[in-house]
Design a protein around this ligand. Structure first.
Ligand code: BG6
Length: 319
């Protein structure tokens, strides 16, 4: 646990309200004194709730499985070490779609708090960081056999007064190189898909999974979702935000910046696919969600023995 910025640095005698933490039924929940909260299920280290201003920012299906029998349909599942159906003749070939991170039991490593400059210049805001770990020895026998590499993942979920940050560190703790892909499969909660535009994608190349994986160039400065959408936008500048805005007044609802994650998947199952997924409900809920998924998925990352890689996203809401 990083204790370098622990709250006692504020000064002896200062007793500012501190973030609160609870762990119940495999869910770790933290709240800031300013009211924001986050909940992370140990199954998949899936963020299942992020509230700001009393409002839920993430979509979770009403029929999502929360008992560890299936990846959680909603929130922020972590996709690792493969994205989508694994290719044939690859080290990941025997893994399920999207790998094993979202359907493994992670360990809670601890919480740390620190101060960040507040929105007002004379104010200091607290942030709380929750760390989760997953390693080779924690996998089921089936996953260990399917992907026999010695790895360590540390996933950090940081709640601030105006953002949620998720960062993943991947370590190769074995003797052999391995290849991986990674993605933060974020389900954002929205009031109405017809009022949403996704900005920051214009002129970018994307692979359209609804059109046999063909490549296209995005022509729209503000993408409207009007049908099943499953696109992998590639080679984006991680520092340039992807903004989900309201079409009515162009107000940003979410803004997502990334680090070391140069791809962004935009996914909405639309009417038929939503009906076809037993854990997606109610059927019309496709109108209330959009997945904007920060990842590194268009090419494999190679991690050499003893090396580490890190990437992450920062989501700001209702700016
Ligand atoms: C997206 C993929 O990331 O996840 C889609 O691009 C996929 O192709 C979607 O349908 C949901 O996947 P799953 O395995 O959670 O149903």
């Amino acid at each position: 646990m990083d204790r370098s910025n622990k709250p006692s640095a504020i000064g002896v005698g200062a007793s500012l309200p501190q973030p609160t933490l609870s762990i119940k039924d495999n869910v770790v929940e933290a709240s800031l004194p300013t009211g924001q909260s986050v909940a992370v299920h140990l199954y998949g280290a899936t963020v299942t709730s992020w509230k700001t201003g009393g409002q839920e920012q993430l979509f979770v299906s009403e029929t999502a499985h929360l008992d560890g029998s299936k990846p959680i349909r909603g929130g922020i599942p972590v996709v690792f070490p493969v994205f989508g159906p694994p290719p044939q003749n690859h080290a990941t070939s025997s893994l399920p779609q999207h790998g094993f991170a979202r359907n493994s039991n992670w360990e809670f490593l601890g919480k740390s708090s620190s101060e960040a400059p507040g929105r007002d210049s004379d104010q200091t805001d607290l942030t709380v960081k929750l760390d989760f770990g997953l390693s080779h020895s924690m996998l089921t026998d089936e996953f260990r056999a399917a992907w026999p590499y010695e790895f360590g993942l540390v996933y950090s979920v940081t709640l601030t007064t105006n953002s949620l940050e998720t960062a993943l560190q991947v370590r190769n703790e074995g003797q052999q190189n391995f290849e991986f892909k990674v993605l933060m499969h974020t389900y954002l909660s929205i009031a109405d898909i017809s009022d949403i535009r996704v900005k920051g994608l214009e002129s970018k190349t994307y692979v359209d999974k609804t059109l046999q994986g063909t490549s296209h160039t995005e022509s729209s400065p503000a993408l409207a979702i009007t049908q099943e959408t499953d696109r992998v936008y590639q080679q984006l500048d991680p520092a340039v935000p992807i903004v989900v805005a309201s079409a009515k007044d162009d107000q940003p609802l979410f803004s997502i910046t990334r680090e070391a994650l140069t791809d962004v998947v935009v996914w909405n199952p639309w009417i038929e696919k939503a009906k076809g997924m037993a854990d997606f409900g109610p059927d019309e809920a496709y109108k209330n969600m959009i997945c904007v998924e920060a990842g590194s998925v268009s090419a494999w990352q190679t991690l050499e023995a003893g090396e580490a890689w890190e990437g992450g996203q920062s989501i700001k809401s209702r700016l």
